[in-house]
Ligand binder design. Structure first.
Ligand code: F6R
Length: 251
């Protein structure tokens, strides 16, 4: 592991050999904290980046090292509209990759509802749920190749609250690998805003592969700008970027 320090900042980047090492390191942080606080509030992300980390959490659960019985989870986002029982929904993804394998109670799963009748109202409802937490203990993040975190897409502003968003062409192309055809990728989503992410006590951002190198460079090396939403993490109190050599190649 190689550490890149940003002088007198609250964030750092750690570079690992591969995604297995990243997953192991991330799980170590989460497991340690969960052991000291069974009522842990865990912010979750979907996508490829956290999957090895979820495998590690499942392994730790199966080994009897942690329980999710008193944990509450808060997912970053969900496509809109989408049937939450469909495997392409983010809820479906989370069930397959984590929830179905651990003792997390059903009522402890928090995620925007892709089938809510009114998207704007659903955004407000989810924001009220987040407000009740006062911030999660750890927020797991990936980053889009366009620099998005959650589905806060590049734009002119950082949006604080949960909101309905259009997905960029880049994001639709990137995520088409989870669908039979690009035309099936929803063009909208409900996403936790930047406020919900920034309220987490700690953020762990996982990025691997060359296609993340530019976004990681912009997030860490440019002045914070809504053109790269991940750059807002420079203002976060405690964020660690866990990268492989490819994702770190422009730093
Ligand atoms: C997913 C999410 C997104 C992803 C990002 C990277 O809940 O919020 O920000 O983290 O699109 O996705 P992957 O890991 O598939 O490259």
């Amino acid at each position: 592991m190689r550490e890149i320090l940003f002088e007198s900042k609250h964030y750092s980047a750690l570079v690992f050999k591969n995604e297995t090492e990243i997953a192991h390191y991330a799980a170590g942080i989460v497991v340690n904290q969960m052991k000291n606080k069974p009522e842990f509030l865990l912010g979750l992300a979907t996508g490829s980046s956290p999957v090895p980390f979820y495998k590690e959490l499942i392994r730790e659960y199966q080994a009897g090292n942690i329980s999710f019985a008193k944990v509450n989870t808060y997912n970053l986002d969900e496509y809109y509209p989408i049937d939450p029982t469909s495997p392409q929904s983010f809820l479906g993804f989370m069930r397959e990759n984590l929830f179905d394998h651990i003792d997390l109670p059903e009522e402890a799963i928090h995620i925007p509802r892709g089938n809510a009748p009114d998207a704007e109202e659903e955004a407000r409802r989810y924001q009220r749920e987040l407000n009740r937490t006062g911030g999660t203990d750890i927020q797991i993040l990936g980053i889009g190749s366009d620099g998005h975190i959650g589905f806060n897409e590049p734009g002119d502003a950082f949006i604080y609250d949960t909101h309905v968003t259009g997905l960029t062409r880049q994001t639709i192309e990137d995520n088409s690998r989870f669908f039979e055809d690009i035309s099936q990728v929803p063009t909208k989503a409900l996403t936790m805003g930047i406020g919900g992410i920034m309220n987490a006590k700690m953020c762990i951002l996982i990025a691997t592969g060359k296609n993340k190198a530019q976004a990681i460079h912009d997030a860490l090396k440019c002045d914070p700008t809504p053109a790269c939403q991940g750059s807002v993490l420079q203002f976060h109190q405690n964020t660690v970027f866990l990268l492989d050599e490819d994702a770190a190649s422009l730093l």
